[in-house]
Write a protein that binds this ligand. Structure first.
Ligand code: EPU
Length: 341
């Protein structure tokens, strides 16, 4: 049944646990429901914002318009047209991301396992291009179905047209406010190829005595690494990585190496290098520190936390202070990856 509530408390819809309200909150159950809702909204109901699991937003004020939330469910496998080794899986935008990953692994549909235990919902995976442990959602997204807000028409966008890049899609930029995602179809594989090159996955598998992991074992290892490093929002409010890892020129990276010879990095291409923002923030002395009710997680400096009762402004103040310190020390600008509302 459709949920439609005025002056709604969003505390349970943002993992930072910040107290804020919206004028109207509507949950839709399928495309037809969404199209009907969009047609019925008046000028007074705008602006519109689509929330998923609320695991990548920071609320800095009460929202003056309507918050929409997808309750479209369903995880539906279908044949891949030209290869029996692959399978398409069409998923409703309101499904919990990790429920999809768990279902895929248990059915022998492979490719999503490195993205295990990422919080949030399916719709956001396609908007945000979520990523972890050397895999990004774009690697498995085949197409996205959405409703265009202005016209109420349903469209299907092939992944190649979505402009995917690191934590980026056209939905975040030129298409902002234009579409509501209703389904995402992923292309998965029936043969399992473990991707264990990133970070400490291989070391953790070795510690467990696993030479050739199954997808379920890889998923378990990733879940345990994430549990160890990332704070549980139920205990301490947070939105995962608060900042994106900055991409700098190789020339700047090489000149910084003179002062910081152990600076970790990932090659982007011949001219550009990505630097872990968590490392930069740690070098500035912020790991585990607090500024008022906002803090920096003690096991992963990329994650800002609500120490209890923080406002959005408290988190922004900490973020601005950290950004200024990183700029002063490294001449690098870091940018939030959370959506600030
Ligand atoms: N590092 C530090 N200090 C810190 C944190 C990290 O020195 O406080 C160093 C680590 O030692 C390592 C490097 O930085 O050498 C990378 O750290 P990590 O593997 O923890 O990953 P990350 O680059 O900090 C990114 C994603 C995470 C994702 C991990 C694993 C972004 C913004 N974040 O973090 O995504 O889980 O890789 O793949 O790209 C998220 O988006 O919410 C998120 C958690």
């Amino acid at each position: 049944m459709r949920k439609d509530i005025h002056d709604y408390d969003l505390s349970r819809h943002n993992t930072f646990g910040i107290h804020a309200t919206c004028r109207r909150y509507i949950e839709f159950s399928d495309e037809a429901d969404l199209i009907g809702i969009l047609a019925s909204l008046t000028e007074a109901d705008h602006p519109l914002f689509v929330v998923g699991g609320g695991s990548n937003i920071l609320l800095t004020a009460d929202y003056p318009g309507t918050v929409l939330h997808s309750a479209i469910r369903g995880i539906e496998p279908m044949p891949y047209p030209t290869s029996a080794d692959d399978i398409l899986v069409r998923v409703g935008s309101g499904e919990v991301w990790d429920d999809f990953v768990a279902t895929a692994v248990s059915h022998g549909w492979y490719g999503a396992e490195n993205l295990s235990f990422i919080p949030g919902e399916i719709g956001a995976s396609a908007v945000q291009n979520i990523g972890a442990y050397g895999v990004e959602a774009k690697d498995i997204i085949y197409k996205v179905e959405a409703v265009e807000i202005a016209t109420g028409s349903c469209i299907t966008i092939p992944a190649a047209n979505i402009g995917y890049a690191y934590r980026y899609s056209r939905f975040k930029d030129e298409w902002r406010g234009r579409y509501v995602v209703t389904h995402v179809t992923y292309r998965l594989h029936r043969r399992f190829t473990p991707h264990t090159a990133y970070g400490n996955i291989a070391a953790e598998l070795q510690r467990l005595g696993i030479a050739t992991p199954t997808a379920a074992q890889l998923r378990d290892v990733i879940i345990s690494i994430r549990r160890d490093k990332l704070p549980d929002p139920a205990v301490e409010g947070n939105a995962g990585s608060f900042f994106m890892n900055p991409i700098i020129s190789r020339a700047q990276y090489e000149s910084l190496l003179a002062t910081w010879p152990v600076m970790p990095h990932y090659d982007v291409d011949a001219d550009r290098v990505k630097i872990p923002a968590g490392w930069l923030i740690e070098q500035c002395g912020w790991k585990g520190k607090s500024l008022g009710k906002a803090g920096v997680h003690s096991r992963q400096a990329l994650v800002l936390v609500n120490r209890g009762g923080a406002t959005g402004a408290d988190i922004i103040h900490l973020s601005d202070t950290i950004r200024a310190d990183v700029r002063t020390r490294f001449d690098i600008d870091i940018h939030p990856e959370v959506n600030i509302l």
